[in-house]
Design a protein around this ligand. Structure first.
Ligand code: F0G
Length: 453
């Protein structure tokens, strides 16, 4: 059960199918155009959507809004240093700011950033800095149904080949857990091997540690060597292997806004500090208020609580299992922050060109007021200006991201029941056609209409 009780509540909108059909049509069948009033259960993102604890609220009240050298900064730095072991800690307003600063200071034009799977803002920031992204997910990641423990790992043979090849590698970036790759964890053995390969060649090795605690939890459950370890011990060992990290604290910091860049190298830190002051804020607040820094510090302490992590992991696995029993498969094994539904398998009558993943996400909204994100051809496929699909995505997935400490198991059961209802008559679900298909940031800006596939 949840190892906490509810102290403050917020009503959620309970709407009718008629209402949702009207609102979704007005929204151009794009869930990003819906408003909070339209959504009953919001599984669009686990980022910045968590519930604060009483201790975080209290920490917020102690926030010190001094411009430079605030007490909040020293409290934040102490916790971040203790957790990561890095000497140079820079607060930023969210993860992508840390990415922009790191790549801006580190990458030379044409250099590679090699990783297990870069998140989309991370990829964009590498490219904006003039770099080139190379994703090398391990082979097991391609099999959605395999129960391999660490499908978030990088392919070490491919990594070694790139590092020994003619290309100029600027850095290696391991994303823990691997959000772009089904929320799958990365093993400590894989991180250790990456560290060795990088050390030998003098290539800097960084973590994108947005979900570092959830990765650490899965390591304690799945990797023999770490069974007796606490998640915090594992997290510290993981940070210890890398040269630094970029972190969106909106995930495992359990705050509504916040991020961090942390580094060992003093020369690199000097270059980053310059970019930080120019674009985010002075080095002791970096775009955050004192209140935010104090709440981040407290969140970074709470997030490695094994009772909290166990319940979160188990409730995500429970949702995946309820869905499976109702006939809806998802990427196996279940991760922690999200369930990635296999829409392609559930809706074989809808071809990728009619956006299978979007069709399932849409039906979840129309049937139950549940909002979630498509991770299929609408998002990852190649599409021309008229909206026709040229190259489909490898899989048609739908991500149900679970906000931290927000929904109870009974909410998740409601999601599973809604899925079960859809799975009874999947052939009734319509496909979609793009009516507006902007070339850039398409999922956030496009409009669609329903079509019979
Ligand atoms: N890295 C990973 C692995 C992420 O999942 C995200 C954000 C970021 C970096 C960027 O952090 O949003 O604080 O700037 N992921 C959110 C999501 C948006 O819904 O998965 P940010």
């Amino acid at each position: 059960m949840e190892p906490y009780r509810i102290k403050v509540v917020e009503p959620i909108p309970i709407t009718t199918r008629d209402y949702r059909e009207r609102r979704y049509a007005e929204a151009g069948y794009n869930q990003f155009n819906l408003t909070a009033e339209d959504v009953t259960i919001d599984l669009l993102s686990d980022s910045g959507t968590g519930a604060l604890s009483a201790e975080q609220q209290a920490a917020g009240m102690r926030g010190d809004e001094t411009y430079a050298g605030a007490r909040s900064w020293f409290r934040f730095r102490e916790v971040a240093e203790e957790l990561t072991g890095y000497e140079h800690i820079f607060p930023v307003h969210q993860g992508r700011a840390a990415e922009r600063i790191l790549f801006g200071a580190l990458l030379k034009p044409g250099q590679l950033s090699v990783g297990n799977t870069h998140f989309d803002t991370t990829r964009a920031n590498v490219e904006l800095a003039g770099g080139v992204v190379r994703d090398l997910p391990c082979a097991a990641a391609a099999d959605l149904d395999s129960d391999a423990d660490f499908k978030g790992d990088i392919d070490l043979v491919a990594l070694e080949a790139v590092l020994d090849g003619p290309e100029d590698v600027g850095l290696v970036l391991m994303t823990i857990t691997n959000n772009g790759g089904g929320g799958q964890p990365v093993s400590m053995a894989n991180l250790e091997a990456v560290k060795k390969l990088c050390r030998k060649r003098g290539v800097p090795f960084f973590l994108d540690a947005a979900r570092f605690a959830e990765n650490a939890w899965l390591v304690t459950q799945r990797e023999e060597k770490y069974r007796g370890h606490s998640p915090r011990e594992v997290a510290k060992l993981a940070f210890g292997m890398a040269d630094g990290c970029v972190v969106s604290l909106k995930k495992d910091g359990i705050v509504h806004i916040g991020g961090m860049l942390a580094l060992r190298d003093t020369e690199l830190a000097k270059r980053c500090e310059l970019l930080l002051i120019a674009t985010e804020g002075f080095r002791t607040y970096g775009g955050l208020s004192g209140r935010d820094l104090d709440m981040c510090a407290q969140g970074l302490i709470e997030v490695t609580d094994p009772l909290y992590l166990r319940e979160r992991a188990e409730s995500t696995a429970y949702l995946a299992e309820c869905a499976r029993q109702a006939g809806v498969d998802s990427v196996r094994p279940a991760g922690v922050h999200a369930v990635y539904l296999n829409a392609g398998r559930l809706l074989p009558h809808i071809p990728s060109s009619r956006f299978t993943g979007h069709a399932l996400a849409s039906e979840l909204y129309l049937a139950g007021g549940i909002r979630c994100a498509e991770l299929g051809s609408l998002y990852l496929g190649e599409i021309d200006e008229s909206g026709e699909l040229l190259t489909p995505a490898p899989f048609e997935l739908v991500r149900l991201a679970i906000p931290r400490r927000v929904y109870t198991r009974s909410h998740l059961e409601y999601v599973a029941e809604t899925l079960a209802g859809i799975a009874k008559n999947p052939e009734r679900v319509p496909g979609y056609r793009l009516t507006e298909a902007p070339a850039m940031l398409r999922p956030f800006r496009c409009r669609l209409e329903q079509v019979q596939p």
